[in-house]
Design a protein around this ligand. Structure first.
Ligand SMILES: Nc1nc2c(ncn2[C@@H]2O[C@H](COP(=O)(O)OP(=O)(O)OP(=O)(O)O)[C@@H](O)[C@H]2O)c(=O)[nH]1
Ligand SMILES: [Mg+2]
Length: 446
């Protein structure tokens, strides 16, 4: 994708039936192109919605629309931009886009509007990613993290760290320029202390990556256990709708069923699986195989045991893992006598007993780090962030070692490596491959 200023056009709203659809046009010729469609449009009136009759490429009337001009640089991409609010539905917006194409625009590529916004300094890479995250958020916590990132929360953290590295570099520069002065202007301890402090900060940030990625992607919570233990019923209870089939027959669920759930505001990908047992039924065996794969990938496994029935699986090995939470299901059938064990969280899909406690437990286990950080929403939410911060941390640690060995020039080199890693992260340098990776996941019109 080249950094051109050609005029691009795309549908900015979701396709399908709706009262309004928005077609966005941006680039050097956005205003003249718009005027070919809307002859009465006054492009000298910025940010005012103007009612205009739109005419198609063949001169046939297309719609009565509200058209708004956003002159450069005060627009999303930083370029001259025109937004057409047209009637929804599949036809009108298609005709408006066709007319814009005929007038000299071209179709935008996926993510191209946001990419241009970054190129023109309207957003940094974190904020561009946050645009996508906010749009795809399904749980309130995801939206909060994305909004914080869009407001520059993560950018500020990284920028402050970058400044700190530059300050440490400046301290070293004295040492390099005046190597003979024993009592130079900077005592050697000062850059070492500065570097150690940056290491602490980067470590703190890196520690948010697990929670951050779970918030963005949704944590994978898998319901597993013996056939008929009540997994599907619990799945439905946690989802709040009857998504999975429930039946008295053991072996009802044969394939894994995945659904997005919100647990106390946090995003969870909930999976119901086939009951674990040895079986001669080929299809069921395939389902059990799928269950095992989910067990390995899960952030948390809710292992369902119907008490006091003995389960057919040796649970002791499973329950050792901190990822496993053992549930005593169908608690409404269990007398008080059988509840002495502290190893089980008793739940009932029928009465709702234990469900709020289970939700709280999940939120705490999966996202407790964010909660403990006092709701600090500056989280590393992507592998891209984690890899770059880890690279910066590695370089800074090496810088510290070099400094302690008296190798000031080598230390300065490592600090520069760290600055480069942070620069690429925030997007101050235009690295094609970084940009391609960030924007490849976007859809057209963003
Ligand atoms: N009393 C009571 N019965 C329940 C509860 N949960 C499930 N059951 C019953 O237990 C039976 C099995 O429930 P499912 O939710 O289908 O169990 P499952 O673990 O998904 O079963 P498979 O998919 O066959 O492995 C059904 O007859 C349910 O009505 C509960 O909380 N209390
Ligand atoms: Mg089931």
């Amino acid at each position: 994708m080249t950094h051109d200023s050609s005029t691009i056009v795309a549908l900015a709203t979701a396709p399908g039936l709706g009262a309004i659809a928005i077609v966005r046009l941006a680039g050097a010729d956005a205003f003249p192109v718009a005027q070919r469609l809307a002859s009465t449009l006054d492009v000298a009136r910025p940010r005012v919605a103007q009612p205009c009759a739109l005419v198609g490429a063949d001169g046939i009337p297309v719609d009565h629309a509200l058209v708004t001009c956003f002159p450069s640089p005060h627009s999303f991409t930083g370029e001259d931009t025109v937004e057409f609010s047209v009637h929804g539905g599949p036809l009108v917006s298609t005709q408006v886009i066709a007319a814009a194409l005929a007038a000299g625009a071209r179709l935008a590529e996926p993510g191209e509007f946001t990419r241009r916004a970054v190129l023109h300094g309207k957003l940094d890479l974190f904020q561009a990613e946050a645009v996508g995250d906010l749009i795809s958020a399904t749980a309130p916590a995801q939206a909060q993290v994305a909004l914080h990132q869009l407001d520059g929360g993560l950018s500020r953290r990284i920028a402050a760290l970058r400044e700190a590295v530059l300050a440490a570099q400046a301290l070293l520069a004295y040492g390099i320029d005046f190597p003979e002065e024993d009592d130079g202007p900077v005592a050697p301890e000062r850059p070492i202390a500065a570097v150690d402090e940056i290491v602490r900060q980067l470590e703190g940030l890196l520690a948010t990556a697990g929670d951050g990625e779970r918030v963005r992607r949704g944590a994978l919570v898998v319901l597993a256990g013996a056939p008929n233990a009540g997994k599907s019923s619990l799945f439905n209870a946690l989802l709040g709708r009857e998504r999975a089939l429930v039946a008295e027959l053991p072996g009802t669920t044969r394939d894994a069923i995945e659904a997005d759930a919100t647990v106390d505001g946090w995003p969870v990908r909930l999976v119901d699986t086939a009951g674990l047992r040895e079986t001669s039924d080929g299809v069921e065996a395939m389902g059990v195989e799928v269950s095992h794969r989910y067990l390995e990938a899960a952030d948390i496994v809710l292992y369902c045991s119907e008490l006091p029935k003995a389960t057919q699986i040796n649970e002791s090995s499973l329950t050792q893992s901190p990822r496993f939470v053992v549930l005593g299901t169908k608690s409404d059938l269990v007398g008080a006598r059988n509840r002495s064990s502290n190893d089980y969280l008793f739940v009932s899909a029928y009465t709702g007993e234990g469900i709020p406690a289970l939700r709280a437990l999940l939120a705490g286990r999966l996202f407790g780090g964010v909660v403990r950080a006092g709701g600090d929403m500056a989280l590393l939410t992507r592998e891209r962030h984690r890899v770059a911060v880890a690279a910066a941390l590695g370089a800074i640690r090496l810088a510290g070692e070099e400094l302690r060995a008296g190798e000031v020039v080598l230390a300065a080199h490592q600090l520069q490596e760290a600055v480069s890693a942070l620069d690429a992260l925030i997007g101050v340098v235009d690295r094609e491959e970084v940009f391609d990776r960030v924007f490849s996941g976007f859809c057209i019109g963003k």
